[in-house]
Design a protein around this ligand. Structure first.
Ligand code: S3P
Length: 432
């Protein structure tokens, strides 16, 4: 496949971007549908499933747990076996690069009557797991981790007891992990989230038939429901759309139409932020299907004001910050990001990798422990940048290259395939 061969992506400045794009299926929603469909009863059909390697890792794990899964392009059939249908895998489960897979699936694994191991690649092996080990241990699971906190995890499944848990960091993965453990546990399990995170788990569990409720900051799930297979279409990925929404605004006069994009109110902080910074964005054809909103986004590029990302907005935009940093450098007033220590424990330390690539492109950036400031009205110099193996860093700096002087080369560009294998082809098609 092309993704494993492509190591460098060379990008020359573009005048404008112009065209209509259909994004691959949302990564967050694809993971959840595949995991929940596996423990539902009957065959679910998941259309427009994410083409990214991360969501393929989830399918690999579910198969290794005894679930029959067929895949034809972006259509996936999951032959669910019910809440007690998972089987001990023959060897360690491989989550690849995917923090969502290891953290969310661990919630289900902790409640199984067997022991198993789950780990992943070099980047995943450095990501903190105490955030899920703490609540799962409180429910009665026994989990061993490398150095007490890193993958691989050895999970000794057990009959769990419900808890009410308030995660100390805003994290949809932690919330999901606890809710998935609660799904398998008699009684009512609760998560209290002070800062709202993406709610795809709650929406999906409801669609498959679970009794899940939200009251203020508190979410509860009644354990041991009978989940029913569903036919579902995954909306386009708004976090992948972000690269094009930014690129259009780096190249004034660009016109892009993004069709069938997921518009969950728990994710559209991105659109609100861009519009507050002056973006000309229209959202059309909004529909709700299976509890998720979708619509078409049209954008006409112009130089934006920039702004601040802090507090709850930081949690809402956490995946988009690398590409918004690129926007910030080209904006009138620059970008300040605060309260973003979480960026340091993503696929790479994204404060460090953004700063390194900005430096290589001649862009000034002041780094703080939990954020950064990038002054506005800066010009990108073409340079050799690196993804450092991080999909969002690869794509953010390919976008920067569109507005740079001279050639930009992204090393290890194949990392993009973790969430968006079609990214470079689409970019090549819409640039003028
Ligand atoms: C995700 C939650 C976020 C996000 C990640 C996907 C999810 O992580 O950064 O890309 O699908 O729940 P955290 O839960 O660690 O904030």
């Amino acid at each position: 496949m092309m993704k494993s061969l492509l190591m460098q992506y060379s990008v020359f400045p573009a005048k404008i971007l112009n065209g209509t794009i259909r994004l691959p299926g949302d990564k967050s929603i694809s993971h959840r549908y595949a995991m929940i469909a596996s423990v539902a009863e009957g065959t679910s059909r998941l259309d427009h499933y994410s083409t990214g390697a991360d969501c393929q890792s989830t399918l690999g794990c579910m198969r290794a747990l005894g679930i029959e899964i067929e895949r034809d392009g972006s259509t996936v059939l999951v032959h669910g076996k019910g809440l007690d249908g998972l089987r001990a895998p023959a060897g360690p489960l491989d989550a690849g690069n995917s923090g969502s897979t290891i953290r969310m699936l661990s919630g289900m694994l902790a409640a199984q009557p067997f022991e198993c191991e789950i780990g992943g690649d070099e980047s995943l092996s450095k990501r903190p797991m105490q955030r899920i080990m703490t609540p799962l241990a409180a429910m009665g699971a026994r989990i061993q981790a490398r150095d007490g906190k890193f993958p691989p995890l050895r999970i000794h499944g057990a009959k769990l007891t419900p808890i009410e848990y308030e995660p100390p960091v805003a994290s949809a993965q932690v919330k999901t992990c606890v809710l998935f453990a609660g799904l398998h546990t008699e009684g009512v399990t609760g998560v209290v989230e002070k800062t709202q995170t993406r709610d795809h788990t709650e929406v999906a569990l409801r669609e498959f038939g679970a009794a899940i409720r939200r009251a203020g900051h508190s979410i509860t799930i009644e354990g041991r429901p009978k989940l029913q297979a569903r036919v579902l279409a995954v909306p386009g990925d708004l976090s992948s759309a972000a690269f094009f929404l930014v690129a259009a605004n780096l190249l004034p006069g660009s016109k892009l139409v993004l069709e069938g994009v997921g518009l969950s109110p728990s994710r559209t902080g991105l659109i609100d932020w861009l519009m507050a910074a002056g973006a000309q964005i229209r959202v059309l054809d909004v529909k709700q299907t299976a509890g998720e909103m979708t619509g078409t986004i049209s954008v006409t590029g112009r130089q934006l004001e920039g702004g601040v990302i802090e507090k709850a907005m930081t949690a809402a935009l956490i995946d988009e910050i690398p590409v918004l940093a690129v926007l910030g450098a080209a904006s009138r007033n620059g970008l300040t990001v605060r309260d973003a220590a979480e960026l340091r424990v993503k696929e790479t330390d994204r404060i460090a990798t953004v700063a390194e690539n900005m430096g290589r492109m001649g862009v000034r950036i002041e780094v703080a422990e939990d954020g950064f400031h990038i002054p506005g009205n800066q010009t990108f110099e073409g340079a050799k940048v690196d993804s450092f193996g991080d999909h969002r860093i690869a794509m953010a700096f390919a976008v920067a290259g569109l507005a740079a002087k001279g050639e930009t080369v992204v090393d290890n560009a194949e990392a993009a395939s973790v969430s968006f294998p079609e990214f470079y082809d689409i970019l090549n098609r819409i640039r003028e």
